[in-house]
Design a protein around this ligand. Structure first.
Ligand code: GLN
Length: 195
């Protein structure tokens, strides 16, 4: 069994906890940086990336979150969480956590489509994944070692860079916990490797 943290400063936290528990693993809501020592992997939820960044600074999370990833511990950014994790954000000089080798653009799917659902094929997860997008970003380009897992309307909406996973949508808002399970499998493999 692995322990998966869900960053609990803002956003869709409880639904991720339920998805992790549905996969039979232990979920811990992370509110202080010291709790990072207790977990094997972390999910950065959707919400509002600029608000979350302010809270990360206020609670002094940034250095320790970067170290967490650099130690080989898996991180899964969903929607705003993907924006936090990306190495580059289009139109911004600096990233936030900046570990995953992708460039993202915020609010990529237009105003009239503030939120929508799409049936996605996600490599290694599902041929029909019901994905909920809410003011979603997309991945504009990826580094050499990044595997593109899903596209919607030609735009990359899920990718994996080593032990970093990111998606534009909210996997925790639908019953299918396949992508959460995919992340948990990465966490289990990394736990063995990190020993
Ligand atoms: N548009 C939000 C942002 O830029 C992300 C939206 C979401 O997480 N649902 O942070």
């Amino acid at each position: 069994m692995v322990k998966i943290g869900v960053l609990g400063l803002q956003g869709a936290v409880r639904e991720h906890v339920q998805a992790i528990e549905a996969c039979g693993e232990e979920a811990i809501i992370i509110k202080t940086k010291d709790q990072l020592d207790e977990i094997d992997g972390i999910i950065l939820p959707g919400g509002e990336s600029t608000t979350m960044r302010r809270l990360l600074d206020r609670y002094d999370f940034m250095d320790k979150l970067r170290q967490f990833g650099e130690q080989g511990k898996p991180m899964f950014g969903t929607c705003a969480g993907l924006i936090l994790l990306a190495k580059k954000i289009q139109g911004y000089d600096e990233p936030h956590i900046g570990l995953m080798d992708v460039m993202v653009e915020r609010n990529s799917f237009g105003r009239q489509k503030d939120s929508f659902e799409a049936d996605l094929a996600i490599a290694g997860v599902s041929d029909h994944f019901n994905a909920v997008f809410i003011r979603a970003p997309h991945i504009v380009n990826v580094g050499e070692d990044v595997e593109v897992l899903a596209k919607h309307e030609g735009k990359i909406v899920a990718a994996r860079d080593r032990h970093y996973l990111g998606c534009s949508f909210h996997p925790e808002l639908t019953k299918d916990s396949g992508l959460t399970q995919y992340f948990i499998d990465i966490v289990k493999k990394q736990k063995v490797l990190n020993k």
